[in-house]
Design a protein around this ligand. Structure first.
Ligand code: NZQ
Ligand code: ZN
Length: 399
Protein backbone atom coordinates (compact mmCIF):
# COMPACT_ATOMS: atom_id res chain seq x y z
CA UNK A 1 0.00 0.00 0.00
CA UNK A 2 1.14 3.59 -0.63
CA UNK A 3 1.31 6.31 2.03
CA UNK A 4 -1.60 8.70 1.82
CA UNK A 5 -3.51 11.61 3.27
CA UNK A 6 -7.25 11.12 3.45
CA UNK A 7 -9.15 14.31 4.09
CA UNK A 8 -12.79 14.60 3.12
CA UNK A 9 -13.91 17.99 4.41
CA UNK A 10 -17.48 17.68 3.13
CA UNK A 11 -20.20 17.34 5.73
CA UNK A 12 -22.67 14.79 4.44
CA UNK A 13 -26.28 14.78 5.52
CA UNK A 14 -27.85 11.61 4.23
CA UNK A 15 -31.31 10.13 4.10
CA UNK A 16 -34.81 10.30 2.67
CA UNK A 17 -36.41 13.57 3.74
CA UNK A 18 -33.17 15.31 4.68
CA UNK A 19 -33.73 17.97 2.02
CA UNK A 20 -35.64 19.80 4.76
CA UNK A 21 -32.27 20.58 6.38
CA UNK A 22 -30.91 22.47 3.38
CA UNK A 23 -32.14 25.87 4.59
CA UNK A 24 -30.49 25.56 7.99
CA UNK A 25 -27.24 24.51 6.33
CA UNK A 26 -27.51 27.30 3.76
CA UNK A 27 -27.81 29.94 6.47
CA UNK A 28 -24.39 28.79 7.76
CA UNK A 29 -22.81 29.41 4.34
CA UNK A 30 -24.11 32.83 3.41
CA UNK A 31 -26.95 35.24 2.80
CA UNK A 32 -27.57 35.02 -0.93
CA UNK A 33 -27.28 31.75 -2.87
CA UNK A 34 -26.89 31.14 -6.56
CA UNK A 35 -28.77 27.89 -7.13
CA UNK A 36 -27.29 26.19 -10.18
CA UNK A 37 -29.38 23.55 -11.88
CA UNK A 38 -30.26 21.83 -15.15
CA UNK A 39 -32.75 23.00 -17.73
CA UNK A 40 -35.72 20.81 -16.84
CA UNK A 41 -35.75 18.14 -14.15
CA UNK A 42 -35.24 20.25 -11.02
CA UNK A 43 -38.05 22.55 -12.03
CA UNK A 44 -40.34 19.81 -13.39
CA UNK A 45 -40.14 17.80 -10.16
CA UNK A 46 -40.52 20.77 -7.86
CA UNK A 47 -37.01 20.64 -6.40
CA UNK A 48 -36.23 24.30 -7.12
CA UNK A 49 -39.38 25.46 -5.39
CA UNK A 50 -38.71 23.29 -2.36
CA UNK A 51 -35.10 24.39 -1.96
CA UNK A 52 -36.05 28.04 -2.47
CA UNK A 53 -38.73 27.71 0.16
CA UNK A 54 -36.39 26.09 2.71
CA UNK A 55 -33.74 28.74 2.06
CA UNK A 56 -36.11 31.69 2.34
CA UNK A 57 -37.55 30.37 5.61
CA UNK A 58 -34.04 30.71 7.04
CA UNK A 59 -33.60 34.21 5.61
CA UNK A 60 -31.36 33.17 2.70
CA UNK A 61 -32.05 34.93 -0.61
CA UNK A 62 -32.02 32.94 -3.83
CA UNK A 63 -30.91 33.63 -7.40
CA UNK A 64 -31.58 30.82 -9.89
CA UNK A 65 -29.41 29.77 -12.85
CA UNK A 66 -31.19 26.93 -14.64
CA UNK A 67 -29.25 26.60 -17.87
CA UNK A 68 -26.69 23.89 -17.12
CA UNK A 69 -26.57 21.34 -19.92
CA UNK A 70 -25.49 17.71 -19.43
CA UNK A 71 -21.71 17.73 -20.04
CA UNK A 72 -21.51 21.36 -18.89
CA UNK A 73 -19.80 23.85 -21.15
CA UNK A 74 -17.24 26.38 -20.05
CA UNK A 75 -19.18 29.23 -21.64
CA UNK A 76 -22.23 28.36 -19.52
CA UNK A 77 -20.05 28.42 -16.41
CA UNK A 78 -18.73 31.86 -17.41
CA UNK A 79 -22.27 33.15 -17.88
CA UNK A 80 -23.31 31.89 -14.44
CA UNK A 81 -20.15 33.29 -12.84
CA UNK A 82 -21.13 36.72 -14.18
CA UNK A 83 -24.63 36.31 -12.75
CA UNK A 84 -23.21 35.39 -9.33
CA UNK A 85 -20.93 38.43 -9.43
CA UNK A 86 -23.59 40.95 -10.45
CA UNK A 87 -26.02 39.60 -7.85
CA UNK A 88 -23.33 39.48 -5.17
CA UNK A 89 -24.12 35.86 -4.33
CA UNK A 90 -21.93 34.64 -1.49
CA UNK A 91 -22.28 30.88 -1.99
CA UNK A 92 -23.19 28.46 -4.78
CA UNK A 93 -25.57 25.48 -4.66
CA UNK A 94 -25.38 22.66 -7.21
CA UNK A 95 -28.82 21.07 -7.46
CA UNK A 96 -29.09 18.16 -9.88
CA UNK A 97 -26.93 15.44 -11.37
CA UNK A 98 -23.19 15.62 -11.85
CA UNK A 99 -23.50 18.35 -14.46
CA UNK A 100 -25.08 21.03 -12.21
CA UNK A 101 -23.00 19.94 -9.20
CA UNK A 102 -19.78 20.16 -11.23
CA UNK A 103 -20.88 23.46 -12.71
CA UNK A 104 -21.51 24.87 -9.23
CA UNK A 105 -17.87 24.19 -8.35
CA UNK A 106 -16.51 26.00 -11.40
CA UNK A 107 -18.99 28.85 -10.90
CA UNK A 108 -17.72 29.19 -7.32
CA UNK A 109 -14.35 30.03 -8.88
CA UNK A 110 -15.66 32.02 -11.86
CA UNK A 111 -17.70 34.25 -9.56
CA UNK A 112 -14.48 35.60 -8.06
CA UNK A 113 -12.42 35.88 -11.23
CA UNK A 114 -12.54 37.93 -14.42
CA UNK A 115 -10.81 35.33 -16.64
CA UNK A 116 -12.74 32.59 -18.47
CA UNK A 117 -12.96 29.34 -16.49
CA UNK A 118 -11.16 27.45 -19.30
CA UNK A 119 -7.98 29.33 -18.29
CA UNK A 120 -8.07 27.43 -14.98
CA UNK A 121 -8.56 23.96 -16.46
CA UNK A 122 -5.59 21.78 -17.29
CA UNK A 123 -6.03 20.28 -20.76
CA UNK A 124 -2.59 19.05 -21.72
CA UNK A 125 0.98 19.75 -20.76
CA UNK A 126 1.29 22.57 -23.30
CA UNK A 127 -1.56 24.55 -21.76
CA UNK A 128 -0.57 27.04 -19.04
CA UNK A 129 -3.17 27.04 -16.32
CA UNK A 130 -4.10 29.80 -13.93
CA UNK A 131 -4.10 28.49 -10.37
CA UNK A 132 -7.33 28.32 -8.41
CA UNK A 133 -6.73 30.49 -5.37
CA UNK A 134 -10.25 31.25 -4.20
CA UNK A 135 -13.77 29.88 -4.45
CA UNK A 136 -17.10 30.70 -2.90
CA UNK A 137 -18.50 28.06 -0.50
CA UNK A 138 -20.34 25.25 -2.26
CA UNK A 139 -23.38 23.18 -1.28
CA UNK A 140 -24.29 20.08 -3.29
CA UNK A 141 -27.76 18.56 -3.52
CA UNK A 142 -27.58 15.50 -5.80
CA UNK A 143 -30.73 14.39 -7.59
CA UNK A 144 -29.04 11.53 -9.44
CA UNK A 145 -26.76 8.78 -8.08
CA UNK A 146 -23.79 8.70 -10.43
CA UNK A 147 -20.75 10.94 -10.46
CA UNK A 148 -19.83 11.34 -6.81
CA UNK A 149 -19.43 15.08 -7.35
CA UNK A 150 -21.23 15.47 -4.02
CA UNK A 151 -18.16 14.14 -2.20
CA UNK A 152 -15.16 15.11 -4.31
CA UNK A 153 -13.28 18.23 -5.32
CA UNK A 154 -13.51 17.91 -9.09
CA UNK A 155 -15.69 18.81 -12.02
CA UNK A 156 -15.51 18.05 -15.72
CA UNK A 157 -16.06 20.73 -18.38
CA UNK A 158 -16.23 20.88 -22.14
CA UNK A 159 -14.77 23.59 -24.30
CA UNK A 160 -17.33 23.33 -27.10
CA UNK A 161 -15.11 25.22 -29.56
CA UNK A 162 -12.31 22.67 -29.34
CA UNK A 163 -14.37 19.71 -28.02
CA UNK A 164 -11.87 19.13 -25.25
CA UNK A 165 -13.41 17.79 -22.05
CA UNK A 166 -11.16 18.20 -19.04
CA UNK A 167 -11.11 18.27 -15.26
CA UNK A 168 -11.02 21.19 -12.86
CA UNK A 169 -9.80 19.91 -9.51
CA UNK A 170 -8.87 21.81 -6.38
CA UNK A 171 -9.36 21.13 -2.66
CA UNK A 172 -11.26 24.43 -2.42
CA UNK A 173 -13.96 22.79 -4.54
CA UNK A 174 -15.08 20.22 -2.00
CA UNK A 175 -18.67 21.03 -1.13
CA UNK A 176 -18.86 22.40 2.40
CA UNK A 177 -22.00 20.34 2.82
CA UNK A 178 -23.87 17.82 0.70
CA UNK A 179 -27.48 16.98 1.33
CA UNK A 180 -27.92 13.50 -0.11
CA UNK A 181 -31.65 12.83 -0.10
CA UNK A 182 -32.32 9.66 -2.12
CA UNK A 183 -36.00 10.62 -2.40
CA UNK A 184 -34.88 13.20 -4.98
CA UNK A 185 -33.62 10.40 -7.22
CA UNK A 186 -36.90 8.48 -7.49
CA UNK A 187 -37.84 10.57 -10.54
CA UNK A 188 -34.73 9.58 -12.51
CA UNK A 189 -35.81 7.56 -15.56
CA UNK A 190 -34.48 4.02 -16.10
CA UNK A 191 -31.89 5.01 -18.71
CA UNK A 192 -30.14 7.60 -16.54
CA UNK A 193 -30.50 5.37 -13.48
CA UNK A 194 -28.60 2.67 -15.36
CA UNK A 195 -26.02 5.14 -16.70
CA UNK A 196 -25.42 6.40 -13.18
CA UNK A 197 -25.00 2.89 -11.81
CA UNK A 198 -22.40 2.02 -14.43
CA UNK A 199 -20.58 5.29 -13.69
CA UNK A 200 -20.32 4.32 -10.00
CA UNK A 201 -19.05 0.86 -10.96
CA UNK A 202 -16.40 2.40 -13.20
CA UNK A 203 -15.28 4.81 -10.48
CA UNK A 204 -14.16 1.88 -8.37
CA UNK A 205 -13.36 -0.80 -10.95
CA UNK A 206 -10.82 1.36 -12.79
CA UNK A 207 -8.64 1.69 -9.69
CA UNK A 208 -9.09 -1.98 -8.84
CA UNK A 209 -7.49 -2.89 -12.17
CA UNK A 210 -4.80 -0.19 -12.20
CA UNK A 211 -3.84 0.55 -8.57
CA UNK A 212 -0.86 -0.86 -6.69
CA UNK A 213 -0.67 -4.40 -5.25
CA UNK A 214 -1.47 -5.44 -1.67
CA UNK A 215 -4.55 -3.32 -1.05
CA UNK A 216 -7.01 -5.92 0.24
CA UNK A 217 -9.21 -3.47 2.12
CA UNK A 218 -9.51 -1.14 -0.87
CA UNK A 219 -10.13 -4.03 -3.28
CA UNK A 220 -12.87 -5.55 -1.14
CA UNK A 221 -14.36 -2.14 -0.54
CA UNK A 222 -14.44 -1.62 -4.31
CA UNK A 223 -16.10 -4.96 -4.83
CA UNK A 224 -18.65 -4.19 -2.14
CA UNK A 225 -19.54 -0.95 -3.96
CA UNK A 226 -19.86 -2.77 -7.29
CA UNK A 227 -22.02 -5.55 -5.80
CA UNK A 228 -24.22 -3.01 -4.03
CA UNK A 229 -24.73 -1.10 -7.26
CA UNK A 230 -25.47 -4.25 -9.26
CA UNK A 231 -28.06 -5.50 -6.78
CA UNK A 232 -29.77 -2.17 -6.25
CA UNK A 233 -29.67 -0.90 -9.81
CA UNK A 234 -31.93 -3.68 -10.98
CA UNK A 235 -34.29 -2.99 -8.06
CA UNK A 236 -34.43 0.74 -8.77
CA UNK A 237 -35.07 0.15 -12.46
CA UNK A 238 -37.87 -2.31 -11.66
CA UNK A 239 -39.41 0.03 -9.10
CA UNK A 240 -38.23 3.67 -9.34
CA UNK A 241 -39.80 4.45 -5.94
CA UNK A 242 -37.83 1.78 -4.08
CA UNK A 243 -36.27 4.19 -1.62
CA UNK A 244 -33.98 1.58 -0.05
CA UNK A 245 -32.48 0.76 -3.44
CA UNK A 246 -32.22 4.46 -4.33
CA UNK A 247 -30.53 5.11 -0.98
CA UNK A 248 -27.98 2.35 -1.52
CA UNK A 249 -27.15 3.76 -4.96
CA UNK A 250 -26.86 7.29 -3.57
CA UNK A 251 -24.44 6.26 -0.84
CA UNK A 252 -22.41 4.15 -3.28
CA UNK A 253 -22.19 7.20 -5.56
CA UNK A 254 -20.85 9.39 -2.76
CA UNK A 255 -18.36 6.83 -1.46
CA UNK A 256 -16.92 5.80 -4.82
CA UNK A 257 -14.82 8.88 -5.65
CA UNK A 258 -14.52 10.27 -2.13
CA UNK A 259 -10.95 9.03 -1.74
CA UNK A 260 -11.99 6.42 0.77
CA UNK A 261 -11.35 3.61 -1.73
CA UNK A 262 -8.48 5.01 -3.77
CA UNK A 263 -6.40 6.06 -0.72
CA UNK A 264 -3.26 3.93 -0.54
CA UNK A 265 -4.08 2.21 -3.78
CA UNK A 266 -3.93 4.99 -6.38
CA UNK A 267 -4.75 3.96 -9.89
CA UNK A 268 -5.63 5.39 -13.27
CA UNK A 269 -8.87 6.16 -15.09
CA UNK A 270 -8.27 5.16 -18.73
CA UNK A 271 -11.93 4.31 -19.44
CA UNK A 272 -12.90 7.74 -18.15
CA UNK A 273 -10.25 9.37 -20.34
CA UNK A 274 -11.70 7.65 -23.42
CA UNK A 275 -15.27 8.48 -22.41
CA UNK A 276 -14.50 12.15 -21.89
CA UNK A 277 -13.29 12.25 -25.50
CA UNK A 278 -16.51 10.58 -26.62
CA UNK A 279 -18.78 12.96 -24.74
CA UNK A 280 -16.56 15.95 -25.60
CA UNK A 281 -17.14 15.30 -29.29
CA UNK A 282 -20.57 13.66 -29.33
CA UNK A 283 -22.24 15.05 -26.18
CA UNK A 284 -23.42 11.62 -25.05
CA UNK A 285 -24.41 10.52 -21.54
CA UNK A 286 -21.23 9.89 -19.51
CA UNK A 287 -22.42 6.61 -17.98
CA UNK A 288 -23.62 5.31 -21.35
CA UNK A 289 -20.21 5.92 -22.90
CA UNK A 290 -18.51 4.16 -19.99
CA UNK A 291 -20.88 1.19 -20.28
CA UNK A 292 -19.95 0.78 -23.93
CA UNK A 293 -16.21 1.03 -23.26
CA UNK A 294 -15.94 -1.06 -20.07
CA UNK A 295 -15.99 -4.61 -21.57
CA UNK A 296 -13.75 -3.56 -24.46
CA UNK A 297 -11.09 -2.12 -22.14
CA UNK A 298 -11.38 -5.15 -19.83
CA UNK A 299 -10.77 -7.47 -22.79
CA UNK A 300 -7.83 -5.36 -23.93
CA UNK A 301 -6.23 -5.31 -20.47
CA UNK A 302 -6.86 -8.51 -18.52
CA UNK A 303 -3.82 -10.50 -19.65
CA UNK A 304 -1.55 -7.82 -18.18
CA UNK A 305 -3.05 -8.17 -14.71
CA UNK A 306 -5.00 -11.42 -14.60
CA UNK A 307 -4.95 -11.69 -10.80
CA UNK A 308 -7.25 -8.67 -10.32
CA UNK A 309 -9.64 -9.90 -12.97
CA UNK A 310 -9.65 -13.36 -11.40
CA UNK A 311 -10.43 -11.78 -8.03
CA UNK A 312 -13.36 -9.99 -9.60
CA UNK A 313 -14.64 -13.23 -11.13
CA UNK A 314 -14.38 -15.15 -7.88
CA UNK A 315 -15.57 -12.58 -5.38
CA UNK A 316 -18.10 -10.64 -7.40
CA UNK A 317 -19.55 -13.27 -9.68
CA UNK A 318 -19.03 -16.36 -7.47
CA UNK A 319 -17.14 -18.19 -10.20
CA UNK A 320 -15.29 -21.09 -8.59
CA UNK A 321 -11.63 -21.59 -9.29
CA UNK A 322 -11.82 -25.38 -9.80
CA UNK A 323 -8.21 -25.55 -10.91
CA UNK A 324 -8.54 -22.74 -13.45
CA UNK A 325 -5.77 -20.22 -14.06
CA UNK A 326 -6.19 -16.52 -13.34
CA UNK A 327 -6.54 -15.87 -17.08
CA UNK A 328 -9.29 -18.46 -17.44
CA UNK A 329 -11.16 -16.98 -14.49
CA UNK A 330 -10.63 -13.48 -15.91
CA UNK A 331 -12.29 -14.44 -19.19
CA UNK A 332 -15.30 -15.80 -17.30
CA UNK A 333 -15.44 -12.67 -15.16
CA UNK A 334 -15.54 -10.47 -18.26
CA UNK A 335 -18.34 -12.58 -19.72
CA UNK A 336 -20.24 -12.25 -16.43
CA UNK A 337 -19.76 -8.47 -16.53
CA UNK A 338 -21.12 -8.36 -20.08
CA UNK A 339 -24.11 -10.46 -19.02
CA UNK A 340 -24.78 -8.05 -16.19
CA UNK A 341 -24.55 -5.02 -18.47
CA UNK A 342 -26.92 -6.74 -20.87
CA UNK A 343 -29.40 -7.34 -18.03
CA UNK A 344 -29.62 -3.58 -17.42
CA UNK A 345 -29.65 -2.77 -21.13
CA UNK A 346 -26.15 -1.36 -21.06
CA UNK A 347 -24.21 -3.72 -23.33
CA UNK A 348 -23.79 -1.16 -26.09
CA UNK A 349 -22.14 -0.38 -29.39
CA UNK A 350 -21.25 2.94 -31.00
CA UNK A 351 -24.50 2.82 -32.97
CA UNK A 352 -26.45 2.53 -29.71
CA UNK A 353 -25.00 5.86 -28.55
CA UNK A 354 -25.53 7.54 -31.91
CA UNK A 355 -22.05 7.23 -33.45
CA UNK A 356 -22.18 5.84 -36.98
CA UNK A 357 -18.65 6.20 -38.36
CA UNK A 358 -14.99 6.50 -37.39
CA UNK A 359 -14.48 10.02 -38.70
CA UNK A 360 -13.55 11.49 -35.29
CA UNK A 361 -11.74 8.51 -33.74
CA UNK A 362 -8.24 9.81 -34.53
CA UNK A 363 -9.03 13.19 -33.05
CA UNK A 364 -10.69 11.63 -30.01
CA UNK A 365 -7.65 9.43 -29.36
CA UNK A 366 -5.36 12.47 -29.69
CA UNK A 367 -7.50 14.42 -27.24
CA UNK A 368 -7.56 11.61 -24.67
CA UNK A 369 -3.78 11.30 -24.88
CA UNK A 370 -3.15 15.05 -24.80
CA UNK A 371 -5.45 15.73 -21.85
CA UNK A 372 -5.10 12.56 -19.77
CA UNK A 373 -2.01 10.81 -21.14
CA UNK A 374 1.48 10.23 -19.84
CA UNK A 375 3.72 12.49 -21.99
CA UNK A 376 0.81 12.75 -24.41
CA UNK A 377 1.63 9.31 -25.78
CA UNK A 378 -0.04 6.66 -23.64
CA UNK A 379 -2.85 6.28 -21.14
CA UNK A 380 -1.80 4.62 -17.91
CA UNK A 381 -3.49 1.22 -17.65
CA UNK A 382 -2.60 -2.36 -16.70
CA UNK A 383 -1.68 -2.59 -20.38
CA UNK A 384 -0.88 0.96 -21.52
CA UNK A 385 -3.08 2.36 -24.26
CA UNK A 386 -1.29 3.95 -27.22
CA UNK A 387 -3.03 5.81 -30.00
CA UNK A 388 -3.44 2.78 -32.24
CA UNK A 389 -4.85 0.76 -29.32
CA UNK A 390 -7.40 3.46 -28.58
CA UNK A 391 -8.59 3.80 -32.17
CA UNK A 392 -8.74 -0.01 -32.44
CA UNK A 393 -10.98 -0.16 -29.37
CA UNK A 394 -13.24 2.57 -30.79
CA UNK A 395 -13.42 0.74 -34.14
CA UNK A 396 -14.19 -2.60 -32.48
CA UNK A 397 -17.32 -0.98 -31.05
CA UNK A 398 -18.61 0.25 -34.41
CA UNK A 399 -20.25 -3.07 -35.23
O1 NZQ B 1 -30.56 18.43 -17.27
P1 NZQ B 1 -31.67 18.17 -16.31
O2 NZQ B 1 -32.95 18.79 -16.69
O3 NZQ B 1 -31.26 18.51 -14.90
O4 NZQ B 1 -31.96 16.58 -16.33
C1 NZQ B 1 -30.95 15.64 -16.08
C2 NZQ B 1 -30.23 15.20 -17.35
O5 NZQ B 1 -31.13 15.14 -18.42
C3 NZQ B 1 -31.54 14.35 -15.59
N1 NZQ B 1 -31.83 14.31 -14.16
C4 NZQ B 1 -31.04 14.61 -13.11
N2 NZQ B 1 -31.67 14.40 -11.95
C5 NZQ B 1 -32.93 13.98 -12.27
C6 NZQ B 1 -33.03 13.92 -13.65
N3 NZQ B 1 -34.17 13.54 -14.29
C7 NZQ B 1 -35.22 13.21 -13.52
N4 NZQ B 1 -35.19 13.23 -12.17
C8 NZQ B 1 -34.07 13.61 -11.50
N5 NZQ B 1 -34.05 13.59 -10.15
O6 NZQ B 1 -30.52 13.38 -15.87
C9 NZQ B 1 -29.81 13.77 -17.03
C10 NZQ B 1 -28.34 13.64 -16.79
O7 NZQ B 1 -27.93 14.59 -15.82
P2 NZQ B 1 -26.38 14.91 -15.60
O8 NZQ B 1 -26.25 15.80 -14.44
O9 NZQ B 1 -25.76 15.36 -16.88
O10 NZQ B 1 -25.80 13.43 -15.31
P3 NZQ B 1 -24.62 12.86 -14.46
O11 NZQ B 1 -24.92 12.89 -13.01
O12 NZQ B 1 -24.29 11.57 -15.05
O13 NZQ B 1 -23.41 13.90 -14.70
C11 NZQ B 1 -22.59 13.78 -15.82
C12 NZQ B 1 -21.48 14.81 -15.80
O14 NZQ B 1 -20.61 14.62 -14.66
C13 NZQ B 1 -19.26 14.43 -15.11
C14 NZQ B 1 -19.45 13.80 -16.47
O15 NZQ B 1 -18.31 13.83 -17.26
C15 NZQ B 1 -20.60 14.63 -17.03
O16 NZQ B 1 -20.13 15.86 -17.52
N6 NZQ B 1 -18.49 13.66 -14.12
C16 NZQ B 1 -18.16 14.28 -12.96
C17 NZQ B 1 -17.34 13.68 -12.02
C18 NZQ B 1 -16.95 14.35 -10.76
N7 NZQ B 1 -17.39 15.53 -10.47
O17 NZQ B 1 -16.20 13.80 -9.98
C19 NZQ B 1 -16.77 12.35 -12.22
C20 NZQ B 1 -17.47 11.57 -13.28
O18 NZQ B 1 -16.63 10.53 -13.70
C21 NZQ B 1 -17.92 12.38 -14.46
O19 NZQ B 1 -16.87 12.57 -15.38
ZN1 ZN C 1 -17.53 8.80 -14.10
Amino acid sequence: MQNFVFHLPTKIIFGAGTLDQCGIEAAKLGKRALIVTGKRSASAHGFINKVTDYFEREGVEVVIFDKIEPNPRTTTVDEAGELARTNKCDFIVGLGGGSPMDAAKAIAVAALEEAPIWDFISHGSDSPVKPVTQALPIMAIPTLAATGSEADAGGVFTNWETHEKAVLFHPLLYPKVSIIDPALTTTVPADYTADGGVDIICHVIEGLFTGVENTPLQDRFAMSVIKTVMDNLSLAIANPNNIEARGNLSWASAIALSGMISSGRGGAYPIHALEHSLSGHYDISHGRGLAMLLPAVMEYSYKSRPSKYAMLAEELFDIHRDGQTDEQLAVKGITAMKDYLKSVNRLLTMADIGIEDDSKFDLMADDALKIYGVDGKQLANAKPLYKEDITAIFRSLLV
